[in-house]
Design a protein around this ligand. Structure first.
Ligand SMILES: Nc1ncnc2c1ncn2[C@@H]1O[C@H](COP(=O)(O)OP(=O)(O)OP(=O)(O)O)[C@@H](O)[C@H]1O
Ligand SMILES: [Mg+2]
Length: 284
């Protein structure tokens, strides 16, 4: 069984594609066969990342690991229902082509599209990177402006709730494990950082996600894209680029820590093998 990991957050620019690429490389380096799918049919950042990696590898003669890529075609049909039906078939075929993989990583767009909703239904694990800002938090939950308390779930958490419900109603085995990770964390102990932490802790038990240690705000994440490399490709004697600073070493630890906190099953363990599947809970 292929374990499906969906990178999702309706908020644009939260770090989905960057995290997707780092997870792909981390799992490949652990020896697993990994599939990659990009549902951001317009920007295609993940596919562009992988293309850059291929070019970098060819031009520099570097032997790099690559995922199995599966592309989903957008429907050109005018009728909304026909177009959605066609995209549903396209996604099913794309997923089937990744059946031999241990893990399939699906990168979603920063918008609520039909394909993104469908992908969430197929997820065994959802990873939601979240910028450390209350503007981004607003997609998960609403805060009461007077008391500052969480007043209810918001757009994206309602979408995940719906996916969990539909999956349970369809009798699909296993639940969806939802992991939220903070991204672009500042190195300083800012007030906003502490407040976000407190609100997320509160929210996690109310709407049923686990919080993973996030990634720091580091320029290196932006610099590696044109080469198609990740922090995990750096370091060691055969490294395409030298790992220069202590901050990069810390960043690699953050990525390993994220993978560990996903509690992914060892492929072959069967449905939801090693992971703690979160049971659907009533939304806040
Ligand atoms: N931890 C980080 N530190 C610094 N820059 C980062 C970090 N994570 C992501 N970025 C940068 O932030 C921008 C947005 O990241 P990314 O494209 O991965 O987000 P996204 O959620 O996939 O966006 P979209 O919703 O548009 O698909 C990119 O320029 C990326 O290089
Ligand atoms: Mg993206």
């Amino acid at each position: 069984m292929t374990h499906v990991i969906v990178l999702g957050n309706e908020k644009g620019g939260s770090g989905k594609s960057t995290t997707a690429m780092h997870l792909i490389v981390a799992l490949m380096k652990s020896g697993w066969k990994v599939g990659a799918m990009d549902l951001d049919l317009r920007q295609k950042s993940l596919m562009r990342y992988i293309e850059n990696r291929r070019k970098f590898s060819e031009i520099n003669g570097k032997d790099l690991l690559f995922p199995v890529v599966s592309q989903v075609e957008a429907s050109a049909l005018d009728s909304r229902s026909e177009s959605q039906a066609q995209e549903t078939d396209n996604l099913k075929s794309a997923l089937m082509s990744l059946e031999g993989c241990d893990f399939a990583i699906i990168d979603c767009p920063g918008a609520n599209t039909h394909l993104s909703r469908l992908a969430h239904l197929h997820a065994d694990t959802i990873v939601t990177p979240l910028n450390d800002s209350f503007v981004d938090f607003d997609l998960l939950a609403r805060l009461d402006p007077e008391t500052g308390k969480v007043s209810g779930p918001s757009l994206y958490s309602e979408m995940v709730w719906e996916a969990r419900k539909r999956r349970a109603m369809a009798g699909a085995p296993g639940g969806i494990d939802w992991v939220v990770m903070r991204n672009r964390l500042s190195a300083t102990r800012a007030r906003n950082k502490k407040m976000m932490g407190d609100k997320l802790d509160d929210l996690s038990s109310r709407i049923g996600f686990r919080l993973a240690r996030g990634f720091g705000d580091r320029v290196i994440y932006r610099e590696l894209f044109p080469m198609g490399l990740t922090l995990l490709d750096l370091g060691g004697v055969n490294s395409p680029i030298r790992l220069s600073t202590m901050s990069h070493v810390t960043a690699r630890l953050e990525i390993r820590s994220l993978v560990a906190s996903l509690k992914l099953p060892e492929p072959g363990e069967g449905e939801n093998g090693g992971k703690e599947a979160a049971a659907p809970q009533q939304a806040a």
